[in-house]
Design a protein around this ligand. Structure first.
Ligand code: ATP
Ligand code: MG
Length: 598
């Protein structure tokens, strides 16, 4: 797959302005990059960095990516593409408890699906991968911890978690120094090594930075750096019984990879002073090289009528409220792909939201608009009947000599792309039409089938409705009509009879029965889980309706995971998991117009 280059010209945003300023001032010039992550000495021994900037997308492999992550992915990979840089895909796998290979694989698959590459050919054509795992940096992180202890910048705190919390203070009260804060570096180093060597039980003590317990920024009140946790890590196994805290690990990961612009979401804004403090101290100690990475924050993207917290998404999956991470109603990228959204439409939607300093709630309508824009010119057309009612043409044999006669019909696969060819199908004495295309007693302005009215079977003949058949309960079981001779579409007589209604149909003799999955919003409220109610009580019980519909024969051998426009109904996709040529399953992506809220 190619790197997306076709995206429309980006409007400027504050991140672009920062990067352009840095490039103009040359503040990133002269950086060395050894080709692999490492400390100051490692990079200084390497060549000048050929990448003008380095960004990264750093998912924690503890769940599937969602639409919010798409924003971060497109932003980081897009900036690298636009400014001659490189974007790293880094698995932030420093937490041993929740991470799994399944998620690593799924994340790689979805980043690729969105069209981005973490491999790059260098001048000599050699492919370099920029796929990294933070757990490979555990040795360096521990070395950094020992350095901070030795320099008097960190200490081992043996207070109970409760005491630690109480002594942290709050917004209006400064914190109180721990009784362990004044230990000597030698004592602290001995304790840290004991922590590492498994001398102490889980939770007995933590390593903390020694900054300022009275800082107005609570994140600077001696944040924890390492904790004791006996857990098997998917990469390092049982090599470690202490693990770094996220706030300690993340800046170091950025620095080892020589990231220039570390872009994250707004909730990390208060962490930035610690980010700068930590990297500054490690650079002073000669462990890290200048220029150091800088952190910049932007607003999260949320989608209305769904949730995007991984914890809540996992709950939906684990408790069976949806069929899996890739359920087509899920805002996961796997779910959106299965629903039929294209990478182009997701990228366009992310682009449409811009990059700002506030969190945004976006409506599905925007995504659907992007999908229509993308598919309008690409998707093949076909006829499908979703809510079938039999229509009988009562003068068929009289007109064509036999009930067995078939009239060949055709229609363009795409109205504006003749090169996509023609769809062939046939008309016979019985066809499927939509229930809503017949009214025994028409309402005002109704132009479709009612007794005495004429309408056109699209790509076929004008017909005149003569009545209907009913069952014992009075329910309509078939509509009756007569073919008006010499009115076939595409023949000279086609316009001899003027009609206002056009009916889509599928010949009953050749219709392909298909399972059609019609999706609605997953939740009934725009911002689920943000009010008093448990988000599960806000699930839409009618978010998936399954019907059997009839498709025209051109869809008989339709491949899986290919989008199509069902004329008048909207965009559908053959389900990538369940669809089979002889047992078709189609998902509705969205209607032809914005139908939400109706
Ligand atoms: P969640 O809160 O859903 O668990 P997370 O932030 O913990 O998500 P990570 O795997 O840590 O998930 O995220 C990887 C990157 O994606 C981070 O840089 C994060 O800031 C970014 N990201 C996550 N959610 C969003 C969002 N809704 N909008 C924009 N960026 C996001
Ligand atoms: Mg996170």
């Amino acid at each position: 797959m190619s790197h997306p280059t076709e995206d429309a010209l980006k409007p400027s945003n504050f991140l672009r302005a920062i990067i352009e300023r840095d490039l103009e001032q040359g503040s990133l010039q002269g950086r060395h990059f050894a080709g692999t992550p490492g400390d100051a000495a490692h990079h200084e021994a390497g060549p000048l960095d050929p990448a003008k900037i380095r960004t990264r997308f750093p998912p924690e492999p503890n769940g599937y990516l969602h639409i919010g992550h798409a924003k971060s992915i497109c932003l980081n990979f897009g900036l690298a593409r636009d400014y001659g840089g490189i974007c790293h895909l880094r698995f932030d796998d420093t937490n041993p408890e929740k991470e799994e290979q399944e998620y690593v694989d799924a994340i790689k698959e979805m980043v690729s699906w969105l069209g981005w590459k973490w491999e790059r050919a260098d001048a000599s054509g050699h492919n370099t991968s920029h796929l990294f795992y933070a757990s490979n940096y555990f040795d360096f992180m521990y070395r950094a911890a020992e350095y901070l202890v030795t320099a008097g910048l960190a200490y081992v705190d043996e207070q109970t978690p409760e005491a630690m919390r109480a002594n942290r203070g709050d917004f209006s009260t400064p914190g109180t120094d721990s009784p362990f804060r004044s230990r000597s570096p030698e004592e602290n180093l001995a304790r840290l090594r004991e922590m590492k060597n498994g001398v102490h039980p889980d939770g007995a003590m933590v390593l903390r930075a020694k900054i300022d317990m009275a800082s107005p920024n609570i994140n600077l009140r001696d944040p924890a750096l390492y904790r004791i946790r006996r857990a098997t890590h998917h990469n390092t196994g049982d090599a470690w019984c202490i693990y770094p805290m996220y706030t300690f690990a993340h800046p170091i990961e950025d620095a080892l990879e020589r990231i220039t612009h570390s872009i994250c979401t707004l909730e990390f804004e208060d962490q930035r002073p610690f980010y700068d403090w930590l990297l500054g101290k490690l650079a002073e100690g000669g462990l890290l090289a200048h220029p150091l990475p800088h952190q910049y924050e932007f607003g999260r993207l949320n989608l209305s009528y769904v949730v995007t917290s991984k914890r809540k998404l996992r709950q939906l999956v684990d408790e069976g409220h949806v069929s899996g991470w890739d359920d087509p109603r899920m805002p996961t990228l796997a779910g959106m792909r299965r629903r039929g959204y294209t990478p182009e439409s997701v990228r366009a939607m992310v682009e449409a939201t811009g990059v700002t300093k506030s969190n945004a709630w976006l409506d599905y309508a925007v995504l659907d608009g992007c999908l229509r824009t993308d598919l309008e010119g690409k998707a093949a057309r076909a006829c499908a009947v979703l809510d079938p009612l039999k229509l009988k043409l009562t003068n068929w044999a009289e007109l064509f000599g036999s009930e067995a006669h078939r009239e060949a019909c055709s229609a363009p696969a795409h109205p504006h792309h003749p090169e996509m060819g023609l769809r062939q199908f046939t008309l016979g004495p019985e066809v499927w039409v939509e229930q809503e295309d017949f009214m025994e007693v028409p309402v005002k302005g109704y132009h479709r089938l009612y007794p005495g009215n004429k309408a056109r079977l699209k790509y076929g003949y004008v017909i005149e409705c003569s009545g209907c058949e009913k069952d014992a309960e009075g329910k309509v079981t078939a509509v009756l009509a007569r073919v008006v001779p010499d009115t076939k579409s595409g023949t000279p007589g086609a316009d001899s009879v003027k009609v206002k209604g056009v009916i889509t149909w599928v010949g009953a003799h050749e219709a392909v029965a298909a399972e059609l999955r019609l999706y609605d919003r997953l939740f009934t409220v725009a911002q689920p889980g943000t009010g008093e109610a448990d988000f599960l009580t806000e699930l839409n019980p009618a978010s998936c309706k399954i019907v059997t519909g009839y498709l025209e024969p051109s869809l008989a051998q339709w491949p899986a995971a290919l989008q199509v426009q069902f004329e008048r109904h909207g965009y559908f996709v053959s389900d990538r998991v369940d669809h089979q040529a002889d047992k078709p399953v189609f998902n509705k992506i969205t209607g032809l117009r914005d139908g939400w809220g109706k």
